[in-house]
Design a protein around this ligand. Sequence first.
Ligand code: NAP
Length: 558
Amino acid sequence: MSAVQSISGKGHAANAATYDVVVVGAGFAGMYMLHRLRKQGLSVRVYEQGGDVGGTWYWNRYPGARCDVESMQYSYSFSDELQQQWDWSERYAPQPEILKYANHVADRFKLRPDIQLGTRVDSAAFDERAGVWSVTTSDGKTVTAKYVVLATGCLSNARMPDIEGLSDFKGQVYHTGHWPHEQIDFTGLRVGVIGTGSSAIQSVPVIAEQARHLTVFQRTANFSIPARNAALTPEERDSFRSNYPELRRIAREESRNGIVQELPDRGALEDGDNVRRAKYETRWTRGGLTFMGVYNNLVLDKAANDTAANFVRDKIAQIVSDPSTAKLLQPDNHPIGAKRICVDTDYYATFNRANVTLVDIRSNPIERILPYSVRTAGKEGIRDYEVDALVLATGFDAMTGSVAKIDIRGRNGLTLNAKWAEGPRTYLGLMSAGFPNLFIITGPGSPSVLSNMIVSIEQHVDWIADCIATMRHRGLDTIEAGKDAEDRWVAHVNEVAQGTLYPQANSWYMGANIPGKPQIFMPYIGGVGVYRQICNDVAAKGYEGFVLTGAERQRAAS
Ligand code: NAP
């Protein structure tokens, strides 16, 4: 029996369509959630505001966009047939290929009939009497569901900067996180890129090849490691495929970040200068995010961290010919890795091109945008940089932004935004007290953005699906985070973060990129293996720390 019948028995609005579960978002999280729940015989409706599936890979279509986790690892593991049959072309798949993969998954598992595209969820209110959520959508409809799962993504709420005069600009303005679907050709144009995070670092080299002139406006220099992207050979693919069960297990259970890599057995200061430099050189040559895995204390000990940061600063000085440009590109205000490390193809070398200029907007902030230029004012006086097009690579209201856009009301009409006004509060990143039967996938308080997202997504989806199955089996009505357990978890997440160098950077992990956003370290740094074990233990102990309500009808009946 589907819960459609069990819920309708409570006399809820007869004309509202009723589902067991409403899922918000059809990215990698929402799609797998739908697949799992449907297999359990549940009725599920997925709402997706984009025009197609793929989430972040649907929106982030900027030039040069590709994953910074290797594709053989940044891919679903739930279907062995899928992972054996899908051919990734490159070490780091480009965005169009990842989007193609998302579409393939939607078709292969026949997900589309239960996904409503082009539809935003505007509000969700918990009806205490009926014990269901009432969900309203941008097409003016209201549906009810026993459970709501927020699969809204951590980096899906593109942030427009508050720069005066932006609306007066006469050329085209693009945001990397909301890129148009048609091909954008910058040939012959003077382009300005504002921001130097991962999105800019990927797009700058590509735009530089097209544009007549490219001006990059940098407020904070970031550390970037070469990707060393290359075509995957059949042998490389086969080596993964034949070892997938073990590799996926290691990623889930033993790794800190959901990526299989050699685990360091020592700290940076335990090696002498020459050995240390040789180890950094090996990882630099290999490329990618695993650079930070050379030693086990790089995000814990500032002196250790300095050795890695200095290595990268030296590399920048070697690559960039103009010493003052090199100096500007050398990050100097945060430990390496305390902000998400970037992975690039020829980023630093791009500043050797005659058609590329780097502007330091820390010393000379952007004063305003004029119809045909960007005006800076500071140490160097007033300067106008003429541009025909602007690319805003200014990031996202991360982790909470897309949840905050939905008017979510739990018990006693409490809104999630009011509850999270001082920063997000969750138990295990999965639920928030006062909001029964509302789950969050890779929410704040879980490893989430500090990990290979697909590993964390699959873990959360499996946990939530098992939880809902248990609820049904035991005839329970609601599950919600207990207030005490939530307080302890929030304190634990903070305590772990404070023991690292992460809080020393003004990063989006801290909410520091959004004026007025409370500065709280949002993801859980304990590591995906440790975190998975905690979640499993909680479930095994009858969902310890959660409050479960409802008669154990089935047991009583039997
Ligand atoms: P981001 O890391 O938040 O970078 C935003 C950039 O814009 C920063 O340089 C920031 O400077 C600048 N900025 C923001 N507001 C500004 C303003 N008003 N004036 C001038 N500069 C401003 O955003 P992102 O590059 O889009 O990356 C976000 C995250 O998305 C990454 O950390 C990563 O997790 C993910 N991502 C992943 C990939 C991948 O897998 N390959 C690619 C892209 C993004 P400040 O630092 O001074 O604030």
